[in-house]
Each structure stands twice: as structure tokens, then as C-alpha cells.
Design a protein around this ligand. Structure first.
Ligand code: ADP
Ligand code: ZN
Ligand code: ZN
Length: 823
């Protein structure tokens, strides 16, 4: 570096724009400026962002005068070079801007912008020492429930360089970002109590204290006893206040009195939100079975040949045990492990199990954690203070140092795919790339692998390992079909229940076992309909019907969230006979007591589990057998192992088979296999009753025979004939506009331009099944790229054409979304 020449930084901003922006690094910051640190820079007329220093150089831009870097936020780089490489790959492959990928990758607390709003931290109580003057001044201006943008704060306080101060305040937990509050935020400081020293040191003193308590203070005595019962043998233990009195406010005064007398001492303790799980339960030590050792050997073979290993193991065959074994190996080598699961499979059960083996090495990362927790995890991973990282797809973006193994469990699951916003990446595939980058081993596991992954294994690209039997020789559940057509004819249908299903529920409950009833999608087709004229309520913003929600007694759109009241009369004909059609989880739950009056029933779907706690409570109640029947959506099929489920009922298989999608059968098979997997884990064989009008459907037959391979082969054939993955790659281009005519013409123009060069690879444009969402009309163009096509160039061409379109005055306002490998 030439000391006399000015230094420039290429700064990546979290914006959907191409490339980086060049800024001059003032002499004052020359020492500090480093790739991977965050720089505060002005942008546009009066905006300020914190961006990532991407590159430093001394080539002064010729065409314009570079603005100055205002500040450097970090003492050490917070982004690693591997991360930026990963971002580059994702951006290119999924046809997104780097800024978009950066946006997906960073927790929002790491992305300050002049527009971002900050608020007082809910746990901030004004007693933070070592505050600087500027920090003080900002806090003074942030009254309760006031959110100010960074720009506003700068104006009020007169500090030009306010971002570093805000950054410090975030770290000191005095303020939080406003967006944060939309995620269910929980303050992390909690009151704890401990016993005063004198009573800890002397059992005699404690005894005296208890003996001499006045009768009038019996509440205090009660609190003290409850406290002591929680400390066990360690009298000096800190006990969370809420653990002592379980939120019962009648004890508040007593606690205050005990603290006042100096008997108990109150401390606010920072409970690490990250280790905040139930203590690990005894799992017992595991010796792998012969079959498992064989699978493990196959996996190692794959690793040794530098291949991704695909573990195809039926439900409950011990896949998780094998992962645990593999993790152990990595820890021996002091390497980090990334264990990816679909979001809803990240249950306390699996985390407990991992914590049992790996204790404090385990850290969890997913969207149910708030931004601060995520930032905390970020730093733990960056400093290699945690080595076992369990998370949903967003965990791919953590700053790994020394990754030795990547596990993708339930690899077939669609939720690994990011849908909105860009980058629309497939987490499973990014995981494979990430692993390769670190020369780490990669294992994909599933009871029902995706057709793509299994095809890779058959082609020798991946290395296959298989487990055909459940652990402990527990039999696979028996799947029986309840033919709904026949049942109707024979008058054996009771609303949504066939006689066969009811009979089996009864038998199972009589044996003292539990039942899970599965209904695809929450509130599925629970529609209102006018019995007179057939009118059904539609969302005003989207081309789709509104769904009835009984508990809130309202109508809701599952696409945009629009809510509406239940109409008292039909707006079309005025009839008051507006009634329910179809059925969802709520309806199924509601009808059960008619058949089983004394049975404890609960429902588990997105609506009944909005809060993290509601979800855990349902699971633990079911585990503890406080519930007999659990009615649920997909949620009940993921990552949950219950020991006493004798029967799983699939309420309506036909709505799974009827999807207009090339993956419909694959997905239906996977779901059926996963749902069945919940039946009969320990002890006797479980049973599954599938209600359907298509009892001889191939998918159901494959599932009954437990024949993944037959399903795979038939699917592969179809994919070949109809030109779908894995034989072809798909890129779906969606155009959106509030005016139907505009979107129509724009899509015509774009498709024409693409077709001129790509010919038959272009399908459409056409209106999708739901042609309007959030007031925007949609139109899709599908590109089918053959495996031997030049994929990179085709993608580049597509992007160029989209850019050309957006330069035309008529189509400027048309939004274009690109989805590579849509699911
Ligand atoms: P999967 O992940 O394939 O569904 P799990 O690893 O959860 O299967 O295994 C199912 C059950 O069997 C778990 O309770 C697990 O602890 C137990 N299990 C699996 N393998 C063994 C083994 N070798 N020894 C003892 N228990 C085992
Ligand atoms: Zn009507
Ligand atoms: Zn809507």
C-alpha cells in the first residue's frame, strides 16, 4: 500500500442493487479499515448505512468523487472470507443481488441504517453504569415506548456520528432495534433470589431464623420454604424468582419483605437465552447396532471418497444416533458441526438429546429467536466458543471458522427452500456447497429422500447408506385404507369420520394408547358458503377464498393475512343460510367429543401454537399423556417422537394427492411415511388409517408396502418424460403488477425475448392457480434448462432480459421475482 495515496473501500450495502460502492477511507480510519468490518457510509441524498467492507484498494474512481467513510463500527472483522464467498455463490446461482443475500445473512441488529428505528430495551431499568455522555443523552431522549430512527436521534442530539454510539447501546442491552419487537421479544434479564451469606454459611443460623418466624408472617415463611426446596443441597444457589412463586402475585409482598430484611438477596441475572432449554434428560449410552455400524461405515466410505453421503433410513432406525456419533468424531478433531433441520422439527426433544451428549457445545439458531439472541450466537460461532450449531436454514449464514461436518436432516423437506424474499435459496443445496468450501464432510438424511438426492445417489454422485429396519426390531406400522366412497354407500360415514377410523380410535384408547389425527394444512378448506346462491367469501386482495377460523370467529386470508367479519347474511342474495363447508383441524377437533365424550383432545397447528410456549406445552402435555388425542397439521409429523401413540389417522389423503404440482406424489408419499412414523415407536406395532376416495392410488400402495424405491422409480420415469428435475433445472420467473393488463403485456414481452434465444425451454407465460396475491396480479414464465445446457450463461441472459424489460417505461413498475429450483 502506498502511504501517500488515498485508500478506498468497496462497501457492500444491504440493498437490491448490483455490486459494491466505492468510498474514500479518511486518514483517521486508515488503520482501522479492514475487510469484513462494518463501515458507516452515506448513501443517496441523506441516508446512512452500515455496510461491509468488501475490498480495500487505491484506485480512485475516475467518473465521480467518492464520498468518505464516516466511521468503522467493529474492532475485529465480523464477516469471514468464507461467508462472502458463500454469499457470492448464492447470489450468482439463485440470481439475486449480493445486497439481498447480505440482508438474508445478517441479523438485523448488525444492519444499522439511518432509517432503522431503535427503542429502549424492555429490560432496561436505567441502572447501567459506565455509560458515556453521548450514550446518556440518547437514552434520555428515548422515553418509554418511543421509537426514534437513527437519523432522528442524530438530529435531536446533534451528534453527527451517532451509529457507533447506537451500536454500543445495543451491545449494552440498553436499546433494541424496532423490528425486533415484531418478533415476540422476551427480555433476557430476570430476577433471581439467593439466600444471605450468613444463612448459607451456618445451618444453625438458618434454623434459628426459621424457628423464630412470627406466625403473622406465614406468607414469608412459605416463600422461604419454597425457595429452600428449590436450592437443594446448595444453599448458595441462585433461584429464578418465577421458579419460586410460579408467577403467583400473592407472594410479591412477602418476597419484598424478605429482601427488605436482608434474608433473601435479589439479583437480576442475565439468563443466557441460548442455553434456555429444559435440562437434558437421561438418554442412556448408546452402542450402535450391527446395521447402524454398517450404515456408519458406508457414510465414512462416502466421506473418504469426497462425496456427500445420503443416509436413507426408515423412521426410528437410529439416524439421529448416527449423527451423534459423527458429531462426536468431529469434536475430537476440534472441528465445528452444523446440524440443519426444518424449522418446525427443531423441537426441545432433539435439542435435549444433543445437549445431553454435547452440553454447552450446542447452540441453536432459528427464526423463533430474536435478533439479539441471533447476534449473540453469531459471536459465539465466530469465536469458536460453540462447536455444535443446530439450526434452520438461516444457520447456514453463521461465521463458521473450522467446519468439519454438515448434517442436513429431513433433507427432503420443502421448508429448506427460502421462498420470499430473494435470495430464494435451497438450504440443502447451499449446505452442500458450504461443506465443500470448508472441505467438510456432508451428510443428508431422510426416511424419504427427495427424488433429486436419491437420483444423485443412484448416479454415483452421492454415496448411499441405508437403514431398513427400525431400532429394536419394532415393526413398521400397518397402514390400512378406509375407502370413503364405500363407507358413504354403506352409510358408515359420520361427518368426517369413517366407521373404520372411529372403531380404531376406540380400540386404541381402550388399550390406553394415544391417537394422532392428521389433517393436511391448517384450516383447510374451511369455507363459508351461502346455501341459497353458492356465494363464498373471497379475499379482496388475493384471488383466493377466505378461511373460517372458529376461535377468533372471523375469516382470514392465508396469503396476505387479511381479516374479515363473518357475514350475517349473504351479500349476494341476502340469505342468512351462510354455512360452513369442508373441514379443517378445528372442525375435526370439534366433532370428536360427539364420539368420545370423556377424552382429552388438543389441536396443534399454526393457530394454536402462535407462541413458543404454547407449542412446547402441547408437546409436553401429550408426552406426559395428559392428552389422549392430538389433532394436527404437518406440525405433528416433524421431529416428534412420542412413545405411546398406537394410531395415526390421516383424515383426508385426497387433498394431498390432488395438488397440481409435479412433486405432488413425491410429497404425498413423504408425508404419509412421516405421519406413519409417529405410530408405534416403543412396544407394539402401530397402526395407520388412511381415509381416501382413491384406495388403489399408487402412492398409497407404495406407502402400504413401505416401498420407497418403487415410488422413486415411478417418479423418476415421469420426471424424465415431462422434463422435470433431476433431468431439467427449473427457473420460475414471476411478474407482478396491480394492473392486470400491464402484467399481461410485460410477461408477453419478456417471454418473447427469452424464447427468441431459448426456444422450447420457455413455457408460458400463464396465470398461476392463484392469480392475484396482495392486490398484485401474477404471471409466471417457466424456464426448463437441460443438464447439458450452459446454465451460467442462460441465467445471465435471463437477468439481462429482465433488466431490459425494467428499463422500458411501460414496465418499470412491474416487479419481477426469479426462483431458481422452485419447490
Ligand atoms: P431416527 O432418527 O432414524 O428417527 P432415532 O435415532 O431417533 O431414529 O432412534 C429411534 C429410537 O431408538 C431413539 O429413541 C433412539 O434413542 C433409539 N436407538 C436407536 N439406536 C439405538 C441403539 N443403538 N441403542 C439404543 N437405542 C437406540
Ligand atoms: Zn347467497
Ligand atoms: Zn389475501
Amino acid at each position: 500500500m502506498d502511504e501517500k495515496k488515498p485508500l478506498f473501500a468497496e462497501v457492500l450495502l444491504p440493498l437490491p442493487v448490483k455490486g459494491t460502492f466505492t468510498y474514500r477511507v479518511p486518514v483517521d480510519f486508515r488503520e482501522e479499515a479492514e475487510v469484513g468490518k462494518r463501515a458507516v457510509v452515506p448513501f443517496g441524498r441523506n441516508k446512512i448505512y452500515s455496510g461491509i467492507i468488501y475490498r480495500l484498494h487505491q484506485n480512485e474512481p475516475q467518473k465521480y468523487k467518492a464520498k468518505d467513510v464516516r466511521n468503522i463500527l467493529d474492532e475485529k472483522p465480523v464477516i469471514t472470507s468464507e461467508q462472502t464467498r458463500l454469499w457470492e455463490w448464492i447470489s450468482e446461482y439463485y440470481m439475486a443481488f449480493m445486497g439481498e443475500t447480505m440482508n438474508a445473512a445478517l441479523p438485523s441488529a448488525m444492519k444499522l441504517a439511518s432509517e432503522s428505528k431503535v427503542k429502549l430495551h424492555p429490560a432496561y431499568d436505567g441502572v447501567v453504569s459506565d455509560l458515556s455522555m453521548p450514550e446518556h443523552k440518547i437514552l434520555e431522549n428515548l422515553g418509554d415506548n418511543v421509537a426514534l430512527s437513527i437519523k432522528e436521534i442524530s438530529k435531536i442530539t446533534g451528534y453527527r456520528n451517532v451509529m457507533p454510539v447506537i451500536k454500543n447501546l445495543i451491545e449494552k442491552e440498553c436499546v433494541i432495534m424496532q423490528e425486533e419487537l415484531q418478533n415476540t421479544f422476551k427480555p433476557k434479564k430476570e430476577p433471581f433470589l439467593r439466600l444471605a451469606r450468613e444463612y448459607v454459611d451456618s445451618e444453625q443460623e438458618l434454623q434459628n431464623l426459621l424457628d423464630n418466624f412470627s406466625n403473622k408472617a406465614y406468607r414469608q415463611m412459605e416463600v422461604l420454604m419454597m425457595f429452600l426446596s428449590k436450592t437443594g443441597n446448595d444453599r448458595s444457589a441462585l433461584v429464578a424468582r418465577k421458579r419460586i412463586i410460579a408467577g403467583d402475585s400473592k407472594y410479591n409482598a412477602a418476597i419484598r419483605a424478605l429482601v427488605g430484611k436482608g434474608i433473601l438477596i435479589e439479583e437480576k441475572k442475565t439468563i443466557s437465552r441460548i442455553d434456555n432449554f429444559k435440562a437434558a434428560e437421561e438418554v442412556g449410552n448408546i452402542t450402535l447396532t450391527v446395521d447402524q455400524v454398517k450404515a456408519l461405515t458406508q457414510i465414512h466410505e462416502g466421506f473418504a471418497n469426497d462425496k456427500v453421503s445420503l443416509l436413507h433410513g426408515v423412521t426410528s432406525s437410529g439416524k439421529t444416533e448416527i449423527y451423534i456419533h459423527l458429531i462426536e468424531e468431529q469434536l475430537q478433531k476440534n472441528k465445528q458441526v452444523l446440524y440443519l433441520l426444518p424449522e418446525i422439527a427443531l423441537t426441545a426433544q432433539i435439542i435435549n438429546r444433543l445437549t445431553y451428549y454435547f452440553g454447552n457445545e450446542v447452540v441453536v439458531y432459528h427464526s423463533r429467536f430474536n435478533e439479539q439472541e441471533r447476534t449473540e450466537t453469531w459471536n459465539l460461532v465466530l469465536n469458536k466458543q460453540r462447536r455444535v450449531i443446530v439450526g434452520a436454514r438461516s444457520a447456514l449464514f453463521l461465521p463458521f471458522r473450522d467446519l468439519g461436518l454438515v448434517i442436513v436432516d429431513e433433507e427432503h423437506d420443502n421448508s429448506f427452500k427460502q421462498y420470499e424474499p430473494a435470495p430464494r435459496y435451497q438450504g440443502r443445496d447451499v449446505a452442500v456447497y458450504l461443506g465443500r468450501m470448508f472441505h467438510a464432510s456432508v451428510i443428508l438424511g431422510s426416511a424419504t429422500p427427495s427424488v433429486e438426492s436419491y437420483a444423485n445417489a443412484e448416479a454415483g454422485k452421492y454415496h448411499l447408506a441405508e437403514l431398513h429396519k427400525r431400532y429394536g426390531d419394532i415393526q413398521m406400522p400397518e397402514i390400512q385404507v378406509a375407502d370413503l366412497v364405500k363407507a358413504s354407500k354403506q352409510k358408515q360415514m359420520y361427518s368426517h369420520y369413517s366407521y373404520m377410523l372411529l372403531k380404531n380410535i376406540k380400540e386404541t384408547l381402550d388399550k390406553g394408547l394415544q391417537v394422532i389425527l392428521f389433517q393436511n394444512r391448517r384450516g383447510f378448506s374451511l369455507r363459508l358458503q351461502c346455501q341459497q346462491c353458492g356465494w363464498m367469501p373471497e379475499c379482496p386482495n388475493c384471488d383466493v377464498g377466505m378461511i373460517y377460523h372458529k376461535y377468533q370467529n372471523n375469516l382470514r386470508c392465508h396469503y396476505c393475512g387479511h381479516k374479515a367479519k363473518v357475514p350475517e347474511e349473504c351479500p349476494e342474495c341476502g340469505s342468512t343460510a351462510v354455512k360452513m363447508q369442508g373441514f379443517g383441524t378445528e372442525k375435526i377437533e370439534e366433532e370428536l367429543p360427539n364420539h368420545f365424550p370423556d377424552v382429552k383432545i388438543a389441536r396443534m397447528d399454526l393457530d394454536s401454537t402462535r407462541s413458543k410456549n404454547a407449542y412446547y406445552r402441547l408437546i409436553s402435555d401429550f408426552e406426559a399423556r395428559k392428552l389422549d388425542i392430538l389433532v394436527g397439521t404437518q406440525m405433528v409429523t416433524k421431529g416428534l417422537d412420542f412413545d405411546h401413540v398406537g394410531l395415526v389417522g390421516v383424515m383426508n389423503m385426497d387433498n394431498l394427492l390432488g395438488f397440481p404440482d409435479f412433486r405432488a406424489f413425491e410429497k404425498a408419499f413423504q408425508l404419509l411415511a412421516q405421519v406413519s412414523g409417529r405410530a408405534g415407536r416403543k412396544g407394539e406395532q402401530g397402526k395407520v388409517i388412511v381415509q381416501t376416495r382413491q384406495p388403489y392410488h399408487s402412492v398409497i400402495r407404495y406407502a402400504m408396502n413401505n416401498d420407497y424405491h418403487a415410488m422413486f422409480k415411478s417418479q423418476l420415469q415421469e420426471r424424465k418424460i415431462f422434463k422435470y428435475p433431476p433431468y431439467y433445472r427449473l427457473v420460475r420467473i414471476t411478474l407482478k403488477h396491480k394492473d392486470q393488463d400491464t402484467v399481461y403485456k410485460a410477461s408477453q414481452v419478456l417471454a418473447g425475448a427469452l424464447r427468441a434465444r431459448l426456444g422450447k425451454r420457455i413455457l408460458g407465460p400463464e396465470f398461476p392457480a392463484i392469480a392475484r396475491i396482495r392486490r398484485l396480479y401474477l404471471r409466471n414464465i417457466l424456464v426448463k434448462i437441460a443438464n447439458n445446457d450452459d446454465k451460467k450463461n442462460i441465467k445471465k441472459f435471463i437477468l439481462d432480459e429482465i433488466r431490459t424489460l425494467s428499463k422500458e417505461n411501460d414496465y418499470k413498475s412491474v416487479k419481477v421475482a426469479v426462483d431458481v429450483d422452485p419447490v
